[in-house]
Design a protein around this ligand. Sequence first.
Ligand code: APR
Length: 242
Amino acid sequence: MDEELRAWVRSARRIAVLSGAGMSAESGVPTFRDALTGLWARFDPRQLATEAAFRRQPQLVWDWYVERRVAVERVRPNAGHAAIADFQRRHPGRLTVITQNVDGLHQRAGSPGVLALHGNLAQDRWLDAPRGCCREDAIAPGHPPRCPVCGNLRRPDVVWFGERLPQAELEAAQAAAEACELLLVVGTSGEVYPAAGLASLARHAGARVLIVNPEASALDGVATRRLRATAARALPALLDGH
Ligand code: APR
């Protein structure tokens, strides 16, 4: 590993990580687009990951998410997730994880305070505003589950295309991007906003931006430097031993 990059880590009082699907690639997580294999190959994600699609075909969309949930439960955090969590354990409060991933792997690796901008596949919530009858402890099973009284459906607790991000997480992520001296952008194509905008926010606030990605990305122009490497190989080399 390039000694200059390790020196960046050593000297940065505040570090932020912005991760995307590539962070979990070496865990074997079927990425957003890969999940459309087999039975789902004929669908476009934008066809399934929207509120309108869910209202139109609740069982189809619900079952697609259940399939992804099962797939994610079968995999484990990789060495990249572990390197980040271990660093956080050694340096409490010094590194903030911001992720676009809904797979929960940073959390399962032990990272505290993960800012999950696009929600979490393992959780669901009411589709419409819950009424008195919509009780979390009295949900009727089904595809999707629903309120046995008024029929309010449960939906995956993820951000669908066209939906707003959770405001508290987004504001905390923007604050972390502005406060950090080093932003590690790991495994994201940088095409989806507002998450992708955090890189230029950090750069303009004076942070160094290091992209970790084996391929080119839409954020390369914002990077101080690029590391053409995978997350599971680069992150231990960058973060271990500090
Ligand atoms: N290590 C690091 N990066 C990797 C690896 C790896 N092992 N494998 C692939 N990559 C990179 C790819 O080169 C690509 O640039 O990860 C990136 C994945 O990009 P996307 O599939 O577009 O995922 P992401 O950027 O997270 O997508 C953003 O779009 O699909 C929606 O809401 C969904 O959160 C998602 C958002």
